[in-house]
Design a protein around this ligand. Structure first.
Ligand code: HEC
Ligand code: HEC
Length: 284
């Protein structure tokens, strides 16, 4: 603040001295001596600075004083308008909330099929998905890297009703597929993996892996591999694989187990955002 005051006074003095104090005689041109001229017409000269500069500088100085009277900047003085970034943000937010409260209420009252049929609501939902979910599930929700499930294939590990999808998004999911290496050993893993691969084509009777499957796996995946959405145990009798359907991938799933985690978004997204995402994902 002091720095500003001294700087300002110094500047004002400089400007005034340039324009209004009598110019000192040019010291390197001796009085009365010929002014040196180079190249025919190039002379040192000592013309006063153009006068419009003075008005420009004066205007800038007046502006800065007026500005500091109105807006914060001079020490802790808040300025006549009491403007602040925080205050401006608050005002904008209040306008925003007021403007959208009506729209929000309307959208919240709509049914999921109505939302799914509303292109603007679905654009918003797609945007929310891009921001929050695409990093894992891919920009088109078609899954990624044999780690993040495809959400567009109609095959729902945790259930595909709107309620189940909402539950998944709000509270997250933690899957627990145990590791079977210790129980099955290498040969057992190979056999059961082979059996799992045949489930999609209609189980082959008397497969060497069938006995152990019936013993160890039906509790979660069901006798015909239908899966169980309550446990997040995926359907095994289709050709959709989260972790891959090759012999190697299935064997790895069996021997090491899997523990996919879907993070909870109940704290990060509000009710309307979750509803829009559910409508976007559950639409046929
Ligand atoms: C305690 C319940 C439970 C038992 C018992 C169980 N699983 Fe699983 N299984 C799961 C869950 C949950 C998942 C999903 C894991 C994930 O999403 O990370 C899974 C995933 C799998 C997958 C991966 C499917 C895919 O789409 O990639 C295969 C294959 C599989 N299980 C086979 C078996 C076999 C074979 C057995 C018996 C040896 C078995 N499971 C026993 C719960 C179980
Ligand atoms: C950090 C990565 C990650 C992010 C971010 C993420 N997910 Fe997931 N999501 C997963 C994983 C991993 C699974 C599979 C969990 C399992 O193996 O059971 C999953 C599963 C799901 C499922 C269940 C699929 C089924 O077949 O039942 C839904 C629905 C889902 N996610 C929706 C979303 C939505 C909507 C968002 C954004 C709000 C989101 N996810 C953000 C990783 C993520």
């Amino acid at each position: 603040m002091l720095l500003f005051v001294f700087g300002f006074i110094g500047l004002a003095w400089l400007v005034l001295s340039v324009y209004f104090l009598p110019t000192a005689p040019d010291d390197h041109v001796e009085a009365g001596a010929e002014e040196p001229v180079w190249d025919g017409n190039l002379r040192e000269g000592n013309n006063p600075a153009p006068f419009w500069w003075f008005w420009l500088l004066l205007a800038a100085m007046v502006f800065s004083v007026v500005y500091l009277m109105l807006y914060p900047g001079f020490g802790s003085y808040a300025g006549a308008f009491k403007w602040s970034q925080g205050g401006q943000l608050r005002d904008h937010q209040q306008e925003f909330i007021a403007e959208f409260a009506a729209v929000r209420g309307e959208l919240l009252a709509q049914s999921l099929p109505e939302l799914a049929a509303d292109p603007r609501a679905m654009d918003t939902a797609a945007g929310l998905f891009r921001e929050n979910c695409a990093a894992c599930h891919g920009a088109r929700a078609t899954g990624q890297a044999n780690l993040f499930p495809n959400l567009r294939d109609g095959d729902w590990q945790w259930g595909g009703t709107p309620e189940q999808i909402e539950q998944t998004i709000r509270h997250g999911r933690t899957a627990m597929m145990p590791s079977w290496q210790a129980v099955l050993n290498d040969e057992g893993v190979r056999n059961v993996a082979g059996y799992v691969q045949t489930l999609a084509t209609g189980a082959v009777e008397n497969h060497p892996g069938q006995g152990q499957y019936m013993q160890l796996c039906v509790g979660c995946h069901g006798p015909t591999g239908d899966g169980n959405p309550l446990l997040g145990a995926p359907r095994l009798n289709d050709d959709i694989w989260l972790y891959g359907g090759s012999a190697a991938a299935v064997s790895q799933t069996l021997s090491q187990g899997r523990g996919g985690q879907m993070p909870a978004f109940g704290q990060r997204l509000d009710d309307l955002q979750i509803k829009l995402l559910v409508a976007w994902l559950a639409r046929p």
